[in-house]
Design a protein around this ligand. Sequence first.
Ligand SMILES: [Zn+2]
Length: 534
Amino acid sequence: MAYMALYRKWRSQTFDEIVGQEAVVTALRNQIIHNRIGHAYLFCGTRGTGKTSMAKIFARAVNCLHPVNGNPCNECELCRESESGFNLIEIDAASNNGVDNIREIRDEVRYTPAKGKYRVYIIDEVHMLSSGAFNALLKTLEEPPEHVIFILATTEPHKVLPTIISRCQRYDFKRFTSGQIFDHLQEVCQAEGIRATDDALRYIARAADGGMRDSLSILEQCVSFYVDEEIDLAKVQDILGTAGTEEYARLTDALAARRAPDALRQIGDIFMAGRDVTAFTTGLIGHLRNLLLMKAMGRDGAAILELGSEEATALSQQADHLPAEQLTWFIESLTELESRMKYASEKRVLLEVEIIRLCRGASEATDEALLARVAALEKRLDEGVFVQKGEKATPAENKNVRKEAPAQPLQDLPKVRQPKMIRTNGAAAQVLEAWPAVKKRIISQEPGMYTLNLMEIKPGSEPDQLILSSNSKIYIKQLEDDGARKLRLIEQVIMDETGAKVHIRTQDTSAAPAPEMDLTDITSLIHGPVDILD
Ligand SMILES: [Zn+2]
């Protein structure tokens, strides 16, 4: 038997076999059962959501001699002949976008089909039609002959003329959840005798990003590369050219510990292996996002992320020693970087600068080689290659920004949360005014105390008392460790800077009921698709 791609072989043949898309299936099946068939349909959805499979099933069902509960029998003469182009005509608008192709259809539709009730036209990627072709199609759709059905499919419905959309029954196809894809992959593996670990299949399901066809293509690549071997996670990652979770975890640890040289070395290795910079950055953001979700949701996070138990344990262990603020900051910074990368020519330099920036949030910054490297990178930034951090560049604005904006000095610290200033009397008020200067001086003396930027300062109950609060136990502990040496240092700097003698207390607000992390907030903050289980 001739070789057949998995996705073709496993294409659904009846409505019953279709995974997901229940709303569309129910509506179309009912139309067939009750014989209320329309003349124009618009199927919208991202690639791999089953639009073409659905269209073909529908096309067979409308002509089938013995439909079973709305399904095509796939055995009668008309079902079997459907692929021969008798009364099912497939047109790919991406390659036939001319007005002539549509005129041809217009001439053709006047004749009744030789067999069966309907002639069905499936026009794929209909948004690719030229405007002339669109108008020709519109004329046909205005007065469609009784025996003709148009099924227009598109991944970009906003590019389809409203006058066309208004003449069609519109159906929106949902992306598959990675759970649905995982289940389907398991079924395929079992039937095809493919050995694969659950972790590997889960990874494929997530990488396919809602597209069933892509998931089967990835599986197929794995199978053809590792013939007769069990497919495990490492093999899938190898095929996809993505860094493994372990690599992302190692880089995250280096970032969190502010070990810039380690982080840069690791990035060097990754690029030596020929990896794509943007894909790597996206993967790193994904890893950080998973850590944040695990941190916010605990074991529920593992379910949401549809992780295998091994992966979940490793993630939650790493999440345990990383403060949420820091993860949020990494995600925000890298997500911004990711969007800037699209327009930049030197993506690797851009990533390296960002890695250094993230590390310098607190590093001792004494590494001479590192400083030299930063200086060199800054010089390149000054030459106008990149967009300044913090600019929300659109492609149009981008060109201007690139030339005019000077690079942001690297010593500028990230502002994740500004301390709240409260006006009050006494020494405390004076100190609150001077706090930004105090903080700057402390951090320049002890870069590790950048965490002050992430803490709140407010007056205490006594006139000479100030309270530094944070919902991160780690930040609080950092101040109190070593016989509260750092608190004394802060008091000393305040004295030097303002002449005021104050006492500083710490307050751990992590137990306070205040800002609860809402799942919708997390997902809005996270770049990229997150499947939330109902
Ligand atoms: Zn049939």
